[in-house]
Every structure is written in structure tokens, then in C-alpha cells.
Design a protein around this ligand. Structure first.
Ligand code: PAF
Length: 282
């Protein structure tokens, strides 16, 4: 496994491999890797000749009062895990490699970024879209793998790639869950033992939405309020949203005539968690 930090060096090596006919799969991450990330790398290994993981805690996607400074940084263990599953390249740039002095260009995110995370975390998707496009330009991959846990992020990146004609395929991958249903996230390590027990409330609320639909409920407002009821009963400390939205536009939905996604963001202790579930409509 090669670990490189210079954009010029990794571009040269990947470009050479690509020209020889290798299919390159890219997994952008901010490190603090867990099984969710590793499943993306395994998928890249399965579908491609070369798997590349990036590790960069991107400052431009964190708001001034968010957890950039304390975001977990576990490079040694990340590299060990990636090497163990046969990742071929790891790109670990410095801040200056990504944002050298004088860097002033940022991506205006697409419309699908406007609500939910985009509203609650102003500037977040501008930072995500910018770093992801920069990584796509630095690392000439054919496919990029992203976890569906960050559902809106995948929608934003897919729309950006479509709108800006970026020559890469976006491959969303299933959320990996703990045995009790909690979605794996680097931020789960912030949870105290008591908060970890409460965090499962998000999955219970999402499961409730599915079971209501399976039981024939078709009133979206009723389902949303049942989701909130579960979160309040846990209780979580605050709810940013618990909504049923269109899987493409992420606009609120009032009908269940075609598939929808239930999305939740809630704070448990000091940790902000997000999760979602694509709901089956019989
Ligand atoms: O999902 C993440 O870890 C980050 O938002 C990403 C896509 C690596 C961009 O920094």
C-alpha cells in the first residue's frame, strides 16, 4: 500500500495506471475509519483494479462552532486497517496541499443542498462540494464510493458531477450498522455509554416509519410525528429534523405514491447524529 501526500505524485502514479487500462476506484474519507468506510474500500476492490482512499479532515466543511478541532484523527490505525484489506493507495494531503495560500475558489452547491443539512450547517455543502471536486481532479478515478448514511451528501455530489460534467461515476453504498441498528459513524466515538444507548433511538424512529407504511398508514404528517414521538421518548436532547422527503430532490413529500426517504438529525448529549432510511411502499 502506497501512502502519498503530494497531489502531483499521486496524480502521476494513478494517471500512469489508468492509461494502462486499470479501473481506479476512489473512497474519499476524513479518516477515523470504521467498518462503514472499510466496506466502501472493499467494494472499490471488488469492482476496480486499484482502490484509492483519501484521508483529509476538510476544514471548509465545518462551521465555526462545529467539531473540526476535535474531529477524531487516528491515522496510524486507519492505515493499518486499510493495509489489512488490501487498499492500494492512500492519499493523505496536508492542508497546504489542498488549500495553498491564495486559494479562493469554491463550488456553489446544487439546489438539493438547500434544505436539511444545508440549512442547519450553512457553508457545509460548499466545503464538501469543493473538496470532493478537488479530489476528483487530483485523482483520476473512474468510480467514487460514498456511504448512503450521508444521504444528502451523496445527492449533492451526484448533482454536482452531473451539472459540471465531471467524468466519474458516483456509487452510493449501503449504510453499515451496528448489530442493534445504530449507523456507523466516526462521531459515534464521542458518545458516552449512556448516550450510546439513547443513540439507537434514531434507528427505532426510522424503523417505526417503515412499519407504519407496512401497516397501511399513508399520512406523511402522522408518520413524521410518530418518528418525533419516539425520539422525544428516548429522549434525544434535540431534533434538527425528522422528515419524509423525495429521494431525488430531497423536497418534503406529502404523498407516498412512490419511494421516499425518512431522514433524521438529532443531538444526543453533545453529539449530532444523522441517519436515514429509504422506505419501501408496497
Ligand atoms: O463524508 C465525508 O467523510 C466527507 O464529507 C468527505 C466526502 C470525505 C469530504 O470531506
Amino acid at each position: 500500500m502506497k501512502v502519498l501526500s503530494s497531489p502531483e505524485e499521486i496524480y502521476a502514479q494513478l494517471d500512469f495506471l489508468r492509461r494502462q487500462g486499470n479501473r481506479i476506484g476512489l473512497v474519499p474519507t476524513m479518516g477515523a475509519l470504521h467498518d462503514g468506510h472499510l466496506s466502501l474500500v472493499r467494494e472499490a476492490k471488488r469492482e476496480c483494479d486499484i482502490a484509492v482512499t483519501t484521508i483529509f479532515v476538510n476544514p471548509s466543511q465545518f462551521g465555526p462552532n462545529e467539531d473540526f478541532a476535535k474531529y477524531p484523527r487516528t491515522l496510524d490505525s486507519d492505515l493499518e486497517q486499510l493495509s489489512a484489506i488490501g487498499c492500494d493507495f492512500v492519499f493523505v494531503p496536508s492542508n497546504d496541499h489542498i488549500y495553498p495560500p491564495g486559494h479562493t475558489t469554491f463550488i456553489e452547491p446544487p439546489a438539493v443542498a438547500a434544505n436539511w443539512e444545508g440549512k442547519i450547517r450553512p457553508g457545509h455543502f460548499r466545503g464538501v462540494a469543493t473538496i470532493v471536486l478537488k479530489l476528483f481532479n487530483m485523482l483520476p478515478a473512474r468510480v467514487a464510493y460514498f456511504g448512503r448514511k450521508d444521504y444528502q451528501q451523496v445527492a449533492v455530489i451526484s448533482a454536482m458531477v452531473r451539472d459540471l460534467n465531471v467524468p466519474i461515476l458516483i456509487q452510493p453504498c449501503e449504510t453499515v450498522r451496528e448489530p442493534d441498528g445504530l449507523a456507523m459513524s466516526s462521531r459515534n466515538r464521542y458518545l458516552s455509554a449512556a448516550d450510546r444507548v439513547r443513540a439507537i433511538g434514531l434507528w427505532h424512529a426510522l424503523s417505526k416509519a417503515q412499519s407504519m407504511i407496512d401497516d397501511g398508514f399513508r399520512n406523511v404528517a402522522q408518520i413524521e410525528s410518530a418518528m418525533r414521538e419516539i425520539l422525544n421518548k428516548v429522549p434525544v436532547d434535540s431534533i434538527d429534523y425528522a422528515a419524509i422527503v423525495d429521494p431525488e430532490s430531497m423536497e418534503p413529500r406529502t404523498d407516498l405514491d412512490s419511494p421516499v426517504v425518512a431522514i433524521i438529525a438529532a443531538r444526543v448529549g453533545t453529539t449530532r447524529l444523522i441517519d436515514n432510511s429509504l422506505l419501501r411502499i408496497q
